[in-house]
Design a binder for this molecule. Sequence first.
Ligand code: G4P
Length: 287
Amino acid sequence: MDTTQNIQWFPGHMTKTRRKITEILPLIDAVAEVLDARIPLSSQNPDLPDIIGNKPRIILLNKCDMADGAVTEKWISYFKSKGITAIAVDCKSGKGLNNFKTTVKELLGDKLEIYRSKGMVGKPLRVMVVGIPNVGKSSFINRIAGVGKAKVENRPGVTRGNQWFTIDKELELLDTPGVLWPKFEDVTVGEHLAFTGAVNDRVIDVELLAVRLLEILCVQYKDLLVARYGELDFDDEPYEILGQIGRKRGMVMRGGEIDTVRASNMLLEEYRNLKIGKISLERIENA
Ligand code: G4P
């Protein structure tokens, strides 16, 4: 399903999702929260910690193949300092997923011990996978379950329609019941989601978006911009730098004016397709 098309903020949706998650929480041992490693703050659902209370949480910093590795490491340490285990994963290739099961078992060691002491050996750990649309939840489940091997079923006593996946004898995953939305009302969050293509940029002025992206890139990733577009005069304002890039790419209209709309679309496209490089747009300093 293409969730990028018409994402809109309906508070009613969150209420419904909150209710569904709260209902199912007693059956769950832990929550795996999938975030976009490039924008771990903007890809969060701000209500999640409140909804899941003290249920153990693992953060999957997904799409780490597109993020700046050094920054991702800092996020992992940052979450650790908050008592949350985070691991970097790439659900497209499967990189990092080997660590997932080990991490779940480590996190739930006490619970496993209790199961064992009660003779409940073999009771699988149940983990609910949550995350905003497009963050990679389906990719994660498909990868870890193995294509075609995922067993989807409705469990007795549980709201119909919840999708469970049996990974092996020790682990079962539950797909997000409902939709968790990001914090759309925050302009920066909306922009960051649009940079990564998680929401449709047609609703946002493309030039403004490209300029905002350049503002970030010109602080942290000048070298990558130069490697991609050649020498640039960084003393200029970001809009002028967009013009410089457009000119270098021959995006000049009749009369000599730079086609900054075309240049904007190109910049955004090249960012999303990793042409500029592995780039993280949010750092722990922003947290
Ligand atoms: P969702 O269930 O949370 O809505 O997300 P989904 O798995 O559908 O993933 C959304 C998009 O992100 C997909 O791309 C998917 O391939 C891509 N993706 C997921 N995880 C990763 C990752 O770790 N690295 C990279 N590079 N991409 C990832 P798409 O363009 O919608 O589809 P397609 O290109 O796979 O056909």
